[in-house]
Design a protein around this ligand. Structure first.
Ligand code: GDP
Ligand code: ZN
Length: 414
């Protein structure tokens, strides 16, 4: 890099100067920062160049640096190196990607909390407790012939039940974090003219979809990303479901059916002036996806706004036109997903974390039942398995394959 900068760099000092091209001409003037190993993000020697933000210039500079022997980073390579050099653990590395991709302020704050190590610290604490308990149980196996019976003491049972409670609490926070990261997909379905597009516009607080009194206006699916108190929601408006001879409309209806299967929840929009027609669609929707019936146009029928739940499931009465009752729908969407906007200890999490946490939880439960029948070896084995599951979160136990899957999903240069 001497050829590029023509000066010695002192570590961690901002050096202002020229960046030189091969022929000695000045490519740009900017700041060079050198971080010497291990005092850098990756733990390796790092040189940072700050240049003017022109794409052409940056491209020239990049080519010059590549000429000098550098190569482009793979996606996630900086984070991967930081992980491999023990600068951060796996959950923190993932939080970097989640921070960059966060779509709401709450998601960004939670990702920051994970990046700072809050999630990892709790996992480490659990692992410590598990190790201590394992040692205790394993000692009891060795002392089996002597007078003291460790297992019959209440201590282990009590410890196990504490562990399970802690795990459950962490899983709750992690689930919230997972919701923040992924959001939920809500698909609006119903008969033509029920007011689907009006509801989408009302929730999105803008005129995203075309609304007319002509049935069959929405022919393609339309997506809007909104948030309710920080919970990201992917809203999808679909073509009204009916028999149609129109080729375009039929294609729209086919797409609507596709979207329905990808939904976390369906809103079945029903015109409250003639509810039977809309309600009839209920039986045609897939049974495995939860449905909320939304009775619209209460400004015409005079019904009170509100939320009710009956044997057919939850229902909301509202008017997409006036906005009355929308708040009931929003609250319902939040609670049905178990989103708690008041919780302040949420850290960003992924499905693989949730999966590891619930596996650990079932191993603890199993250990509790083995303890009841005094099967010390099996208790020890379950504790070991629980520890392994938890260690996958922070990356102490991982496969090559998992690592490459995680880091390849990062964006370039992170
Ligand atoms: P979609 O076909 O289900 O998407 O329905 P639209 O949103 O296009 O609405 C169809 C018609 O119903 C339009 O004329 C809307 O103005 C009207 N509409 C929608 N929601 C309401 C409502 O809450 N009250 C009243 N009075 N009219 C509504
Ligand atoms: Zn529509």
């Amino acid at each position: 890099m001497r050829e590029l900068l023509r000066k010695e760099l002192q570590p961690r000092y901002a050096h202002y100067g020229h960046f030189y091209d091969r022929d000695g001409s000045v490519l740009d003037t900017g700041i060079a920062l050198f971080f010497s190993s291990p005092h850098s993000f990756t733990g390796e020697d790092v040189l940072e160049l700050h240049a003017h933000g022109s794409p052409v210039l940056l491209d020239l500079l990049l080519r010059r640096v590549l000429d000098l022997g550098a190569r482009l980073a793979r996606p996630g390579e900086f984070s991967e190196r930081a992980f491999l050099n023990d600068k951060i653990d796996l959950a923190q590395a993932e939080a970097i990607a989640d921070l960059i991709e966060s779509t709401t302020e709450q998601a960004a704050r939670s990702a920051q909390r994970s990046l700072q190590g809050e999630f990892s610290t709790r996992i480490h604490q659990l692992v410590e407790d598990l190790i201590e308990l394992r040692q205790y149980v394993e000692a009891s196996i060795d002392f089996v012939d002597e007078d003291i019976d460790f297992l019959s003491e209440g201590r282990i049972a009590e410890k196990l039940s504490d562990l399970r409670a802690t795990l459950r609490h962490i899983r709750h926070s992690a689930r919230q974090g997972c919701l923040l990261r992924e959001g939920m997909t809500v698909v609006i379905v119903g008969r033509p003219n029920a007011g689907k597009s009006s509801l989408l516009n009302r929730l999105a607080e803008r005129e995203a979809a075309i609304v007319t009194e002509i049935a069959g206006t929405t022919r393609d699916t339309l997506r809007e990303h909104i948030q309710i108190d920080g919970m990201p929601l992917h809203l999808v408006d679909t073509a009204g479901l009916r028999e149609s001879e129109d080729v375009v409309e039929r294609e729209g209806i086919r797409r609507a059916r596709d979207e329905i299967h990808k939904a976390d929840r369906l809103l079945l929009l029903i015109d409250d002036s003639s509810p039977e027609e809309g309600e009839a669609l209920l039986s045609s929707l897939p049974a495995e996806i939860p449905v909320t019936r939304v009775y619209n146009k209460i400004d015409l029928t005079g019904k009170p706004a509100g939320f009710v739940e009956d044997r057919r499931g939850p229902a909301v009465y509202l008017s997409a036109k006036t906005g009355e009752g929308i708040v009931h729908l929003k609250t319902h969407l939040k609670t049905s997903m178990g989103y708690d906007s008041e919780a302040d200890d949420i850290f960003i999490a992924r499905r693989r974390h949730l999966d590891a946490l619930s596996r650990a939880e079932s191993f603890i439960e199993s250990a509790e039942s083995q303890l009841k029948i005094r099967a010390a070896e099996l208790v020890a084995e379950d504790l070991r398995e629980a520890q392994t599951a938890l260690s996958e979160i922070t990356g102490e136990f991982t496969s090559e394959d998992l690592l490459s899957r995680i880091f390849s999903s990062f964006c370039i240069g992170k």
